[in-house]
Design a protein around this ligand. Structure first.
Ligand code: AMP
Length: 283
């Protein structure tokens, strides 16, 4: 496995190894602090391509909360070991200057419409602008055939689909299902910052989603959402930002379930000081 710190070196490697053959390049962008969820993306890439590139870059422009950025876990040696074991071919670990040689002011000019105003966009102003900016830059550098992203970041996948459409980028977006701990908690780099008590509370986020999914045929979505919100609010460590049933294609809210509309339930909550998100597709 090769590790690169500059776009130039990575691109030279890609040209040398792939330029002459008809190799397919898969790309997995991450912010590091890797877990089995990330590794499932590497495995998905390895099964569909013959060169897997992973990037590790904690992108400052997508953090609307400075403290969250400063406390974001960094464990590069451990990450490289995991990637090596998973069979990743190349890792790109750039500096902020390498990604933003002209500073961070220039942004991707993509009209996100409604998905740019709701849920995560509403609660994390500027977040998706930062995501668009960094993913556009990374795609320009790596120029992969297939981009692998996790359903765990449901709205982010939609935002990146818009980015690809807007710039007509020749890349296929593959969305990989969410990996969970045995008890149901969605794997996240932020989980390692939870205290044992917070970890117990955090489990209630996925439990609420699973309860809604189990009962949506017999109880109205409105009632289910309300019941779960009430249950979650009884835990003093949990502060729910949103719990919503939406059309999985448009993110428009849904109150009455219909088999014709793909429905997704999304949640964002702070558990102590740690902000977590999760989602579940209902039908
Ligand atoms: P991050 O390092 O949090 O920016 O995540 C990098 C990629 O891994 C994104 O495409 C995420 O959606 C994906 N990812 C994060 N957590 C999980 C998970 N539990 N299961 C599958 N993919 C995930």
């Amino acid at each position: 496995m090769r590790v690169f710190h500059t776009a130039h070196d990575l691109q030279n490697y890609l040209l040398e190894t792939n330029g002459l053959d008809k190799n397919l390049v898969g790309f997995v962008p991450t912010m590091g602090a890797l877990h089995e969820g990330h590794i499932s993306l590497i495995k998905a890439s390895r099964s569909k391509t013959n060169c897997t590139v992973c990037s590790i870059f904690v992108n400052p422009t997508q953090f609307n909360d400075k403290a969250d950025f400063e406390k974001y876990p960094i464990q590069i040696d451990h990450d490289l070991e995991m990637l090596l074991a998973a069979g990743c071919d190349a890792v790109f670990v750039p500096s902020v200057d390498e990604i933003y040689p002209q500073g961070t002011t220039r942004q991707a000019d993509v009209d996100l419409g409604f998905i740019g105003t709701t849920l995560e966009a509403e609660h994390r102003p500027g977040h998706f602008q930062g995501v668009l900016q960094v993913v556009k830059r990374l795609l320009d550098i790596v120029q992969p055939d297939i981009l692998f992203m996790g359903q765990k970041d449901y709205q982010q996948c939609m935002v990146i689909a818009r980015l690809i459409e807007h710039y007509q980028l020749p890349v296929l977006l593959k969305i990989v299902e969410t990996m969970r701990e045995k008890d149901g908690l969605a794997m996240s780099s932020r989980n390692m910052r939870l205290s044992p008590e917070e970890r117990t509370s955090a489990l209630k986020l996925s439990a609420a989603l699973f309860t809604i999914k189990k009962n949506y045929k017999t109880t109205s979505l409105e009632q289910l959402l309300q019941e779960q919100l009430t249950w979650l609010s009884q835990d003093e460590l949990i502060n729910v930002e949103y719990l919503a049933a939406v059309n999985g294609k448009t993110l428009e809210p849904i109150t009455t379930f219909s088999e014709d509309i793909p429905t997704t339930i999304l949640i964002a909550a702070k558990v102590g000081n740690i902000r977590l998100i999760d989602n579940l597709t209902v039908n």
